[in-house]
Design a protein. Structure first.
Lengths: 256, 256
DNA sequence: CCTCATATCTTGTTATGACGAGTAATGACA
DNA sequence: TGTCATTACTCGTCATAACAAGATATGAGG
């Protein structure tokens, strides 16, 4: 059932937000609230054209974006279907720790251990695209979830930026959000490297675990939207208290 | 169409591969071989239209795909630019271990430890979308890189499929490639969870490390292209010998 | 009953055309 | 000289149109 060809939806052509964005939002809501059930359904492109009163290219842009988000998938010649696994949507999204936890309803708190200018090793300076002798700021923070320490974050940024950041409310706000909302710096992608290690004495003290406990180490180099490296971090997560989740796509062999 | 300000390129309209795919390939090659240098350049859309003799929509589809791959980025009102960091392209691509290593020029070898039907715990059966009492096959393999053990892979699949897989040449081929190339099963996305743990006695033996050494554990649930869960794996990587790399994108707040 | 061509769904690709919006250089004007 | 409107680029959005290609139901012919 649920066949509502006659249904008419209103999208505002004069709105500042694009039509396909509005349509995307409406369809996403219907998927998330169950109007469109899992693994079947989804009106065809021509039905959506009629019901929203837009052209096919607009419908396809909306559907294409939803597919990128993982909410739907298409089968050539058959139709468009709703994906089931709502489990962890958007796990490939770049987020700060507090941001990610807040989205899941957890409260976080950060304790600033130290902030000081350091002479970067060659590796760090190079990653940030700075001159070999350019000074960088090192910010050390321990992040708490429900009063238990979860991770030690060591952040390296260019010195001037780091001094500015050190004055901010790092206890309650993610650096990512400060950069974007307060400084107006648009962030782009990030490159991550993940491996496992054992807690040394310093790490054990900060994370309140035994020396030799398993630790997940993540190296993250974050770029601005226009591709300049901005922020290099070492994140040390308690192996017993944290799982890093993500989603990857299979790229099908085509012309390669 | 006698138009060539700088260069004229030939794309085959009759080819079985779409025009935008051909154009995407040509542009990717030029970026990778340095014809288009990093962080500047890139002809405008209208120039590409003229040089390839195609419409704007086709050019935009090619550029959009390259942007998703991370090779280029666009700035509204200014132009399209080449991204610099060739470091690890396509790290969000879902790949088997052997596949990934082969792409980097390494040879791998797998040793099949065991393959047997098991009564799945509730967690595994549910993940695979099977009935609670449906039998599954468990395949255990140790993966070697340069004759050193790198990981222990424990794979769970539906029983019939698992028995078929057990007869294949698992020593030299990735399960992913067998599924796709031999069985014609198109793979879609995968959901991953990563954490850190310590090697127990069994793990230590297989990975040839000390008991208590750091181990990166990855849980991976792989879906077919049409969204059915197919393959659930536990991957245990030596923390001292393996780094998991990936790239994530910042999603900018829009309508949320 | 089974097979196969056909009609008719679906999504995929591509062209042409238009206007909006952001960026930047130019030149007129105060 | 400094400010501002103009203009000419760029990418972003959207409409209309057509055909290709995959999937499926239908019906004719064996």
């Amino acid at each position: 059932m649920g066949n509502d060809k006659t249904r008419k939806d209103t999208v505002l052509a004069l709105s500042p937000v694009p039509l396909y964005t509005q349509i995307k939002g409406i369809l996403r809501d219907r998927i998330l609230d169950g109007s469109y059930q899992a693994h079947q359904q989804m009106p065809s492109e021509s039905e959506l054209m009629a019901s929203f009163g837009v052209s096919r290219i607009t419908v396809r842009q909306a559907l294409g974006d939803l597919q990128k988000e993982g909410l739907i998938f298409k089968i050539h010649g058959k139709g468009t279907y709703v994906s089931k696994p709502k489990a962890f949507q958007n796990a490939t999204e770049l987020m700060g720790f507090g941001e990610a936890m807040a989205q899941m309803g957890y409260e976080t708190f950060n304790r600033l251990i130290s902030s000081k200018p350091v002479a970067p090793g060659a590796a760090i300076g190079e990653r940030l695209g700075l001159a070999a002798d350019a000074p960088v700021m090192e910010l050390k923070r321990v992040r708490y979830l429900n009063r238990a320490p979860i991770s030690l974050d060591v952040t390296y940024v260019e010195k001037a930026l780091g001094e500015r950041l050190a004055k901010e409310d790092l206890a309650h706000r993610d650096i990512f959000l400060i950069l974007e909302n307060d400084y107006g710096i648009a962030l782009g992608r990030a490159d991550l490297q993940i491996d496992a290690m054992l807690a040394d004495r310093v790490l054990a003290k900060h994370l309140e675990v035994e020396e030799g406990a398993p630790v997940l180490r993540i190296e993250r180099l974050t770029y601005t939207a226009d591709g300049r490296p901005l922020d290099f971090e070492h994140l040390y997560y308690r192996g017993d208290a944290f799982q890093y989740r993500m989603r990857t796509e299979r790229i099908h062999p085509q012309e390669k």
